[in-house]
Design a protein around this ligand. Structure first.
Ligand SMILES: C[S@@+](CC[C@H](N)C(=O)[O-])C[C@H]1O[C@@H](n2cnc3c(N)ncnc32)[C@H](O)[C@@H]1O
Length: 283
């Protein structure tokens, strides 16, 4: 079964094909009911009643893709979202990664990074870790998302109040400067993260990754699509690499057998030592 098998309606499938051809974004990954609910919001706004009419509208007026992304991708995020998970990464995952970093570089991938709060939090966490421990290696953090507007916000490094509700106050003072109503992130932290647009349903654009964070991005994906993404992550990770999911997410089906739980409460898993990867593109 492939993700497209999860959509039964032929007009909806044709719309999905049009969107995938135009943008590379595969909406077939979504569970059908929430997908239809969100498309209905845009179709009502455009006063259209069929998927065929909406596909024609997208062909005529590609600017409709902007509001469509807003309806489809939920971008809510924040610095140190679920701080207990960051504490577990600092106290339990970083020490293992540092002790195993034979090449002197730890590769981290934030997949579904929205406007950058997650990868920048990892960058701050690493800085804090290095200040407290003797560390001889460096991190390379890459962050990806499908939504170009979110990636532009991430690269601008300007954040409003809503992003700070879970960030420890000391870190806000250390890494942000006032910029009108907003806060500007320290350029040194910004320089630690590279952003790229990438679709989670595609084979991973990296390999030999030490730590993947993919949190709160897969909840609306169908089961089949989630399993496909976990397969891509298994291919991208080095043996014994770490995967961190969101608090309401969990490994499914056969992919469960390729990982060992490391901290179930914080949804942290390790890839098995001998897990065979599926083919993936190289950097
Ligand atoms: C709710 S945000 C989560 C952000 C961050 N990981 C966190 O937990 O705070 C989910 C992100 O996943 C992205 N996303 C959704 N579907 C995607 C896909 N198929 N490929 C890549 N990114 C996707 C959305 O654009 C959105 O920015």
């Amino acid at each position: 079964m492939t993700p497209r098998d999860t959509i039964g309606d032929p007009e909806l499938l044709a719309l999905a094909d049009r969107i995938a051809a135009d943008t590379g974004f595969d909406i077939r990954q979504y569970k059908e009911r929430p997908l239809k609910r969100r498309l209905a919001v845009r179709m009502r706004a455009c006063q259209l009643s069929t998927y065929r009419e909406y596909a024609e509208r997208l062909a005529r007026d590609p600017s409709e893709y902007g509001p469509l992304w807003d309806a489809l991708t939920i971008n809510v995020t924040g610095f140190y979202r679920n701080p207990e998970t960051y504490a577990a990464i600092r106290e339990r995952v970083f020490p293992v990664l540092v002790s195993e970093a034979t090449a002197g570089i730890i590769q981290i991938w934030s997949a579904g990074c929205s406007s950058g709060e997650e990868p920048y939090s990892v960058a701050m966490l690493w800085k804090e870790y290095c200040a407290a421990h003797p560390v001889r290696c460096a991190v390379r953090i890459t962050a990806t998302d499908i939504d170009a507007a979110s990636l532009r916000r991430a690269q601008a490094g300007l954040y409003g109040r809503a992003s700070f509700s879970e960030l420890p106050p000391g870190l806000e003072a250390r890494y942000f400067a006032a910029a009108g109503e907003e806060r500007r992130l320290d350029p040194g932290i910004m320089a630690m993260v590279e952003f790229r647009r990438a679709e989670l349903m595609e084979p991973a654009p990296f390999r030999n990754v030490d730590l993947i964070l993919c949190r709160n991005a897969l909840i609306y994906f169908s089961r089949v699509a989630q399993e496909a993404v976990f397969g891509h992550f298994a291919a991208a990770l080095r043996p014994r690499g770490f995967l961190v999911l969101g608090k309401v997410e969990t490994l499914l089906g056969q992919t469960k057998e390729r990982f060992q739980p490391f901290d179930l409460k914080e949804r942290i898993y390790r890839l098995n030592a001998g897990s065979p990867g599926t083919p993936c593109r190289t950097n």
